[in-house]
Structure formats: C-alpha cells, structure tokens
Ligand binder design. Structure first.
Ligand SMILES: *[C@@H]1O[C@H](CO)[C@@H](O)[C@H](O)[C@H]1NC(C)=O
Ligand SMILES: *[C@@H]1O[C@H](CO)[C@@H](O)[C@H](O)[C@H]1NC(C)=O
Length: 443
C-alpha cells in the first residue's frame, strides 16, 4: 500500500520537475505489477538525469524523437530499404531519416488498421516517406505531408512467438519473439526453452548505443503464454496464492509465512527487460512467459534492476555492440520444517523451477571481450551460504573498471552478486556459447 501511494504521488511530479525519486529498492512492493508501474516512472526519470535530447535542424531529412514523435497504440516501423526495425541514430534518442527514405508502417494482427487524422483509405500496412522535420507523406493512403507522430493503430499491434527449428543447449528448443510484417518475422529476442521443465535457460538479444533511450509511458500489457505451456495455466502458477499452496506442500504449512511475506514473494522476473527496448511495440513484446522466471521481488527491484539500467547506460556511453544472454541456472532451496533444504518448483513434476542464479553474459564480438554478471535468487541464504555459492573469482569487486555498476553485491535480500570471466562462468554454467574473449573482460 505504501508503495502504491508513492507511485501515484510521483506520476504528477515526474513530467514537471525531474528531481530524484526514491530508489525502487527502498520501496516495499506488494505485487510485481505495482513494482513495474513504479519502475517505468523511476527509470524514465533517471534517464532525464543524464540525457538531454537534442533535435538539431542543421541537416535536411527527418528527425523523430523517441519521446515525442511516436504515438500509441503504436504501429511497427520497419526501415524499408534495410528490412529491419527502425532504430534511433546512435545514442541520440532520435530516429533520423534522409529525405525520401521510407518506413513501412504496420498495424500487425487481425482487424488492425492504421489511424491518422488525415488518413484516406483503411490500410493495415503502408509506406511512409520522409519529407522534412517530423513530416511524412504516404502515396494513396495519407492526405498531404503529415506528422509522423500522429500515426497510430486502432488497437495495439499483435506480437508473436514462434518455435523455430533451431536448437540450443542440450537440444532444447529456440522460440523467437517479435512481429510479422509482410511475411517476415522480425525478431526482438530468442528464448532457449526447456519444454519439459517449463524453464527458460536464457534469452538473447542485441544491445548497442541505440538502446540508450527508451520510450516512456508505455503501459504494461498482460503476460502471454503463447502455445509453449500446453495444459498449464502458467499465469496462475506465478500467483502469490499458488506460491502459498506450493510452499505449504513442499515445506510444511507452518513455513509459508516465514518465506512469503507482504514484500518477499516471487515475481514474474523479466529476462530481456522491458526498458532494454526503445519503442512501445517492442517493450510490449517482452511480456511473454518464455521471457520470464520466478524471481524474488526485492532482488528484481534491487541489484537486478540496477544491473539492467547500469549496463544499458554503460553500453550506450562506451559504444559497445553487444549480444546479451540473460538466463537462469539451478534450483533455489529453502529449509522445510525439519530444517532440511528442499528444491523449489512452482509446478508439479519438477516444472517451473525457481532458479538459484540469474545471470547476464554480455559479449562484444568486435572487441572480443565479455563479462558474466551473476546474482543469487534467494533472500534466505546466510552470507556464508551465498559466498559458498559464488563459483568464480569476482572481477567486479574492488575493480575501478566496473565502478559504473551501482549495486550492493553483499546484500542478500536484494540479490548477492558477483561477476566472472566468461571461461570461469562456463565452467559452472555451460549453457551459453563459447565466445571468443581473447581480449578479456568487457567493462
Ligand atoms: C539491503 O538493501 C535494502 C534495500 O536497499 C536495505 O534496506 C538494507 O538495509 C540493506 N541491507 C544491508 C545489510 O545493507
Ligand atoms: C541537461 O540540460 C540541463 C539544462 O541545460 C543541464 O543543466 C544539465 O546538466 C544537462 N544534463 C546533461 C546530462 O547533460
């Protein structure tokens, strides 16, 4: 309740005055939805603290501001010449188009249509051409030169998942997530998924300086299962009610309140973060259960969120061109009423494990450098137990090269954390590819 009041109070101040808001780790959230609403506002405010969006008029063509020229419900925007998602120009927070350059505008999904105050016929997919500034033309569907930012859809563009023929570690399946435009599947992330355990080993996706700025004010959609959890109500499995039932069965009825409290509970922890994506459409596509794992909420709001936002900012500032493998490993344990450690699965037959570790392996192929960041997903281990579970020499601790990470590595309740060289990491967690890191750590 306390968190909710703060959430509502800051909504009105954030647009007016970008002063610092309370850190999410200082707020007691009672649901992951409440946390995500707050963190959207908090992160949007944080990016104002370090980023000034400038629109220079010194060049011809179009300049479209990530925050200002992208309406909602948002169409999917594809660069027509390159047939890839439109991206901002470096870390400027602006999309730049040359005069005459074309963007495919697509309201994907059944019964979706493009909307604009000056639209002609109903169309679902169309081509817009840059005129100047924020103006585009659309032959046969848009009347005159019109503001790009007023392009919307009658309903949110439909995002999809699709199992591919590709295989990942241990012959698990690869599921891709994104948008289908003109019969091309444009991917936002891939998920290495263990169908039997209903466990996401990892998701992978690219991050570079164009991810510096995300569009703020994007509402959180409901989580979707897709066809990947047959016969199982995966959203129901993540509820706090089900967690209480499962904990009672596994640990004893008298242990439930010890572990599940108003602030400590398991959230639907994003692997690819919502704010790792620039535009509303892509942010929405992160809400698939093939991009989630059960994560203790104060860790979600604590060191994990820190790592996500610090990494995004670091990659943008240093111009790294990375692929990030964000994953889970192992099964976390809690003591039952007899004092014995028990593996925690949220579903029967060892399905939906609560991971022991969450990690991000960040790799820049051009630089041949990479680093693995690892956190322990269990607020109930002692510091000694957590240290015992640290499986490599921590390369971040007391290392000035990593002073851009602003986490509390020894704080168990927000996620005990450390980082490894990729070879050290792979000795314990062999899931990720064997990257060439001849030039050592990426910092
Ligand atoms: C761990 O982090 C939480 C949230 O920021 C804080 O309230 C608590 O005091 C910290 N604990 C330690 C031991 O620093
Ligand atoms: C952004 O602009 C304001 C006002 O000009 C300035 O005070 C602030 O330092 C700038 N912030 C950054 C990160 O450049």
């Amino acid at each position: 309740m306390f968190g909710l009041i703060i959430t509502l109070a800051v909504v009105s101040t954030v647009t007016a005055l970008p002063s610092r808001l309370p850190d999410p780790s200082e707020i007691a959230f009672t649901s992951d939805d409440q946390f995500e609403d707050y963190v959207d506002i908090w992160l949007a405010n944080e990016q104002l603290q370090w980023f000034n969006q400038t629109t220079s008029s010194e060049r011809s063509g179009c300049t479209l501001r990530v925050n200002g020229d992208f309406g909602q419900p948002q169409p999917v925007f594809i660069n027509r010449a390159r047939n890839v998602f439109v991206t901002p120009n470096g870390n400027t927070g602006n999309v730049r188009l040359n005069a005459g350059e074309e963007v495919i505008v697509a309201c994907t999904g059944a019964n979706r249509l493009i909307r604009h105050p000056n639209i002609g016929p109903n169309v679902q997919t169309a081509t817009a051409r840059c005129v100047s500034n924020n103006l585009v033309s659309g032959a046969g569907w848009l009347n005159g030169n019109q503001a790009f930012g007023q392009l919307t859809c009658n309903n949110d563009a439909v995002y999809e998942t699709q199992q591919t023929a590709q295989r990942c570690f241990n012959n698990n399946v690869v599921v891709r997530s994104g948008f289908i435009v003109n019969n091309v599947f444009h991917v936002h992330y891939w998920s290495c998924f263990d169908v039997n355990r209903m466990e996401v080993l990892y998701v992978w996706y690219n991050q570079d300086n164009t991810n510096a700025i995300f569009q703020s004010g994007v509402d959180r959609p409901s989580w979707l299962a897709g066809p990947h959890f047959p016969g199982v109500n995966i959203n129901g499995i993540y509820t706090q009610n089900n967690q209480r039932t499962v904990f009672a069965n596994l640990l004893g009825a008298n242990m439930v309140d010890r572990y599940l409290t108003s602030t400590q509970f398991l959230a639907r922890g994003h692997l690819a973060a919502k704010t790792d994506y620039v535009f509303a459409t892509a942010q929405r596509a992160t809400f698939f259960f093939i991009n989630a794992a059960p994560q203790w909420q104060p860790f979600n709001a604590g060191n994990w969120m820190r790592l996500e936002s610090n990494l995004r900012r670091r990659i943008a500032a240093a111009n790294y061109n990375t692929v990030i493998y964000t994953g889970t490993f192992g099964v976390t344990q809690l003591r039952n009423s007899a004092g014995r450690l028990v593996d925690i699965f949220l579903h029967t037959n060892n399905r939906v494990p609560v991971p022991l570790y969450f990690y991000k392996v960040v790799y820049d192929a051009n630089r041949r450098q990479g680093t693995a960041f690892v956190s322990i997903n269990n607020p109930y281990y002692t510091l000694a137990e957590a240290r015992n579970l640290q499986f490599c020499t921590d390369r971040c601790r007391n290392n000035a090269a990593f002073n851009w990470i602003n986490w509390q590595p020894d704080n168990i309740s927000v996620g005990y954390s450390f980082c490894c060289t990729i070879p050290d990491f792979r000795r314990r967690i062999a899931h990720v590819p064997n990257f060439n890191v001849a030039n050592g750590l990426l910092s």
